[in-house]
Ligand binder design. Sequence first.
Ligand code: FAD
Length: 540
Amino acid sequence: MTAPSVHDVVVIGGGVTGAGIARDLSLRGLSVLLLEKGDWGAGTSGASSWMIHGGPRYLEYDWDTTRLSCVDAGHIVTIARNLVYRVVFLIPVLPHDRNNIERMETAMEVYDRFQPLKHAHPHRRLTGAEARQAEPGLSPDVIAAVTMEEWGVDPHRLVYANVQDAIAHSAHAQNHTRVTELIKDGGKVIGVRYRSPDGEISEARARVVVNATGPWSPEVAGMAGVEVHLRPAKGVHLVYPHRISNFSISAESVDGRDLLMVAHAGFTLLGTTDDDFYGDLDAVEVLEDEVDYLLQGFERVFPAIRQYRPVRTTTGVRPTLFKWRRYEDELSRRYEVIDHSTHGADGFITIVGGKLSMYRLMAEETSDAVCRKLGHQAECTTASRPLPGNESDPELVHELASRCGIPALAALKLQSRHGSNAEKVLDEGRTSRILCRCEPVTEAELTYAARHEQVRSLADAFRRVGVAAGPCAGAACILRAAEVVGGVLGWSASQRFDAAREFVRGAWLGRAPVLGHSGWAQEELAQGAMRGLMAGESRL
Ligand SMILES: Cc1cc2nc3c(=O)[nH]c(=O)nc-3n(C[C@H](O)[C@H](O)[C@H](O)COP(=O)(O)OP(=O)(O)OC[C@H]3O[C@@H](n4cnc5c(N)ncnc54)[C@H](O)[C@@H]3O)c2cc1C
């Protein structure tokens, strides 16, 4: 084993919270090592509803969470302008809904007071006819509706932008690196032992270790001999590879919980379930029952929903703070920064709970706690300091498309991911060839991601640049993607096939619960074609 590296702080967990903390601390001038056992944002953050929102629903029982989310959402949308877009909701009301239109409008009037904090517009009340004119797919039973505005974001890119900025300010950040042990000196935590992607075990010493592992935080806290008590709750989404409506639409499930169909940039998420979870956090499965639960609730307001074909599912586990008795969807979304020195583990801090929408604030408070421990005087700057590439200009999209000879949609997606760095990304890849036609993604962007953005597998490529995220789910591009990534990372021919196979197997697990009868036939055809292609190529 090589000699341990030495840092001010080791942050465990590369979801949005850990990445935000690593960025904050490195901007404050501390030396930071950030370790993530999978890929950046591949835990709960990537499985979220992809919204930076205030959560009007929390107004009923947790006013402060709504206020804090709105304040922090306001900061996030100004520092990550290229990554965010407006999402407009229609909230339809049916005759026997839990909330009639008067109650719903009263709630929206209260929420309107918070909307300016996150630069969003106030609600409008619509008659049933007006709502159906806006979205003809709504049920004829809808008697009225209100509108509401939130923000959408790509959480994978948001996490990565934080990692990128932390690295730019001297942090070290490694994905696919699992912390296996905490090193202690008596009661004090003085570092971590970790396994790198090549299997090598290393040690890092730090003055403070931060546990930002979301739903895994009780497990990591256990390594220090202390307890963190969560009430983890599983959430499932169905993913449609296109927009079903230009509006996001809310619905009530059979047990009265809120469901959302969120219209993102080029795809739709329908979710979410919210159920206590006691299983293995590294093997969370989607059940067909959960798919039915979502469709049943949603078809009441949008009868044609079963005619659309989802391409996959996503699932994640909320790191919700523990509370007896409450139903899962009524649990507070507050967060807690826990200094374990009071539990006999000095030098060790855990951050749990919260939301994507207030990750920056959670990172600020955790970093304040770290700085207090270290006696380090430095102000937090993340509320106003832009993330890398923070720019979104529709004019530049057309200019970029014609200058680089790529379709406008490819330029738009590239700019949404890289902002003002988009041209640099294309230039470095030196080819404007489109690799994934569904999305579309250029070979240049994938090459750049493999070279500079810690892509180590095709699933990482999916998260970093959206390769294989479209309707064909990689059938047309995954082998070429393996060539491009393998070319940069030095994979042999058999490693490239293995990588493609591994991706197809992983994607299949997410797709199986939504296949239905015609879907299975189509799936068999696609898998057969893929096997044929792989066999053909391996003979070359
Ligand atoms: C279905 C669903 C929908 C949601 N929708 C929204 C939404 O739209 N808006 C919103 O604001 N919030 C939403 N949330 C909540 C939000 O996603 C979470 O609060 C947030 O993403 C948690 O981020 P995190 O970084 O704390 O956890 P995670 O993203 O889970 O990150 C923790 C990381 O720690 C890593 N890790 C664990 N153990 C180790 C180890 N030993 N060594 C190294 N690394 C380790 C994991 O691999 C993981 O990547 C949603 C949650 C769910 C489940």
